[in-house]
Design a protein around this ligand. Structure first.
Ligand code: FE2
Length: 307
């Protein structure tokens, strides 16, 4: 893993590999107490790290397994309290619920369940506390602000440190692939609302779960995320107008291109996620499209309708 000291209190930690959705980058905060956020360094390194660092709290931004699976090690390898987003507790405590709410609607429940349990190691979380935007963590981290940023997941949360103007943005889509909304419980409108909320904050550093860290041109990076969503919408619209079928559009790729080269079962998962993203776009197109709901995004840096 790679550690980057952002301040004397905040360390950004990246895993050696993020292959197969088994890990993500997180932060260690040394405040009144030591707190881990999204510190999923994979099944080998996470237990060792928990024992070495002995955190007092372990927080996750959202339920997706690449962010949450490490909480299974927390109670056996440390004394830390696990904090999870309140509205996402059912996903973390019930295998049936998480499968039904994710792969279930796509007829992929069994394949996904096998991957989730046997490859990623999902076990229902038993010992935890819930947080929401009103939760006070003053005995641990009085300087941190909890910012609800739903859309990528129903209760995705970001964490802001106003003294140092540092934002940990989890999976808000600040990476070269752009925002992801590949489950039915995702919402494009909520993602854009959340990006606009974060874009309005006074931030010098953004630390992300999959896209590294951003120090400069943060406004442009948020605008690029929204631009990516808009371009996907425009591409789908053009293809539909050209009479291209849903199946063909998904095969060509909404988020994941070149799916045909990917081995199973991952190819089916990529297809499932692109199906969900396509469906979100088509629903929004039927409602009038992204610009109808967010005309203000046309004023963002370099954001203009493409021709
Ligand atoms: Fe995620």
């Amino acid at each position: 893993m790679k550690r980057t000291a952002i301040t004397d209190k905040i360390t950004y930690v990246e895993p050696d590999s993020m292959a197969n959705f088994s890990s993500c980058a997180g932060i260690i905060v040394q405040s009144k107490k030591k707190v881990f956020i999204d510190m999923n360094m994979g099944p080998e390194e996470t237990p060792v790290l928990l024992e070495q660092e002995a955190p007092d709290a372990a927080i996750i931004t959202h339920y997706h397994l690449d962010h949450s699976i490490w909480t299974r090690y927390v109670n056996t390898h440390s004394e830390a309290i696990v904090f999870i987003p309140e509205k996402e507790a059912p996903y973390l405590t019930s295998l049936d619920f998480v499968i039904e709410q994710t792969a279930g609607p796509f007829g992929m429940a069994e394949k996904w369940k096998d991957f989730v349990v046997n490859h990623l190691g999902y076990r229902p979380l038993e010992v935890y506390e819930c947080y929401n935007e009103k939760t006070c963590l003053t005995d641990m981290m009085p300087e941190m602000v909890i910012v609800e940023t739903p859309g990528h997941s129903p209760s995705h949360t970001s964490f802001y440190f106003p003294d140092e103007k540092i934002l940990f943005s989890g999976d808000m889509g600040l990476d070269r692939f752009g925002p992801w909304y590949g489950w039915s419980d995702c919402s494009i409108k909520q993602i854009v609302e959340s990006i606009l909320r974060l874009d309005g904050m006074n931030v010098n550093w953004v630390l992300t779960s999959h896209g590294g860290l951003y120090k400069k041109a943060i406004g442009s990076a948020w605008a690029a995320g929204i631009q990516t969503i808009l371009q996907r919408e425009e591409r789908i619209l053009k293809k539909l107008e050209a009479g291209i079928s849903k199946q063909k559009i998904i095969q060509q790729g909404v988020f994941f291109l070149d799916k045909e080269k990917t081995p199973e079962p991952m190819r089916s998962f990529l297809n499932m996620w692109d199906t969900a993203m396509y469906t979100h776009h088509v629903s929004l197109i039927h409602e009038g499209g992204l610009i109808k709901f967010f005309p203000q995004i046309l004023g963002m840096p370099k954001l203009m309708p493409s021709t």
